[in-house]
Design a protein around this ligand. Structure first.
Ligand code: FMN
Length: 178
């Protein structure tokens, strides 16, 4: 399987990246091809809402880093969304990339991708990820993706806290189970 991880934290070596790498390690061990994309390092502008793409009938009028990323997604079997919790949702940078799915909406839906959510947060309350999970599950429904699992890193506020948590093991095992 071809796995692409959209790593949505601006911290390239932060908790999200650590969790994404554990997931990748498990998936590679299970024989899958894995690529991690740090979306914050990409040159991707926000969707302009012009709908010149006709929601997938034509390419986006913006020529930036999104074109090559959509090519990678077009060749993927599983899309992993990795994000720190920012005001109880995903980061703006990851959302910016997802909004730009607009010009490839039908193609992405037609692939019937598998999907995974990897997330970390400072908060350890049981409700901490409710809004993010609702959003992710709605994206799965809308984009015709099959949820293969969610690793919710409660109390993963720093790389040290994350390394000390059981959530890295969960991420590895989810990758290895694919
Ligand atoms: C702008 C911003 C917003 C945040 N919002 C939340 C939040 O809503 N809930 C929470 O538990 N943690 C929140 N955090 C903490 C991060 O989710 C947490 O520190 C995470 O481990 C950062 O991951 P990273 O190392 O990959 O950047 C926020 C951090 C920042 C910088």
């Amino acid at each position: 399987m071809n796995v692409i991880i959209l790593q949505g934290s601006p911290n390239r070596d932060g908790s999200t990246a650590i969790m994404a790498e554990e997931f990748a390690r498990g998936a590679r061990q299970a024989g899958h091809e894995v690529e991690r994309v740090d979306v914050c390092a990409l040159d991707v502008a926000p969707c302009r809402g012009c709908v010149a793409c006709g929601y997938g009938a034509r390419p986006c009028v913006q020529r930036d880093g999104m074109g090559p990323l959509l090519d990678k997604i077009a060749a993927a079997d599983l899309l992993a969304l990795a994000t720190p919790l920012y005001y109880y949702g995903m980061t703006a940078q990851l959302k910016c990339v997802i909004d730009r799915f607009c010009s490839a909406n039908s193609a992405i839906s037609a692939r019937r991708l598998d999907a995974v959510l990897l997330a970390v947060a400072w908060n350890a309350d049981e409700w901490a990820f409710d809004a993010l999970v609702a959003h992710y599950e709605t994206l799965c429904r809308y984009l015709n993706m099959r949820d293969r699992g969610q690793v919710l890193g409660y109390g993963c506020g720093t790389p040290g806290m994350t390394r000390a948590s059981a959530h890295l093991r969960e991420a590895f095992e989810l990758g290895a189970s694919l």
